[in-house]
Design a protein around this ligand. Sequence first.
Ligand SMILES: N[C@@H](CCC(=O)N[C@@H](CS)C(=O)NCC(=O)O)C(=O)O
Length: 270
Amino acid sequence: MQLYHHPFSLDSQKVRLALEEKGIDYTSFHVNPITGKNMDSSFFRMNPCAKLPVFKNGSHIIFDTIEIIQYIERIAVVSSGAINANDLSSGSREVVEWMHKIQDWDPKYFTLSHIPEKYRCYVSRFLRRVVIARMAESPDLASAYHRKLKEAYDTDDKLKNPDVVKWSKDHLIRLLDEVETKLNEASYLTGEEFTMADVMLIPVLERLVLLDLEDEYISCRPNIAEYWSIVQQRPSFKKVIGKYFKGWRKHKTLMKTWCSVRIRSALRRY
Ligand SMILES: N[C@@H](CCC(=O)N[C@@H](CS)C(=O)NCC(=O)O)C(=O)O
């Protein structure tokens, strides 16, 4: 089994947490979307929407985050020898409902709106040049690359619209308020047991911390604040997120990518 992912990608974090929680071995391939590695033709050919993560088991390829996590759950049950894969339902209904509710919040505009415009525009211009360079190398993929280019311009336009950013922020607040109420009843999102619903929520909270928004969104919600301090102790969290973003590591991880973008821009090596 292979996973194409990156520590920066929120959906990749969800899948990696699931793999660690379930103790599934896999081969890991880092594809950094900020340096445009997802535009390399080898990856793009397999996945013309260029989004992360991608999970591959033999000829079976899955692009949807929830589908990947449910597949991982089935593999875990089958490899534990408990029951036949066909007899499995994917988690309890409440867990699945929460997974979808969390996945419905798209972090893209919220995240980008918290990055200073100067850096955001620099990376956006760099990525557009990467797409154009890759398109010149693989003209047979031109229409898919054009789609990515259009998507990049659309994203820049939407970020200029305050309603888009406000809508995303309001959506996040509604989700967190619902989580806060739910955590009145139990330690985890769907009860006393840690489930795949929690796996989906943790990267959302991590994104808020990464953007220095912990006080505004986490600390002011006491149940979420307590939950956050507990889930950070899990070995899966330390491996998937802590290793890259805890304390000073966050600066190292971000600097590495930023330097790569700056150097390649200066040398025009797209
Ligand atoms: N297919 C995924 C989409 C995942 C997604 O949006 N990935 C983001 C990172 S979390 C990405 O790869 N962005 C890079 C791009 O769009 O070029 C899903 O489950 O909805």
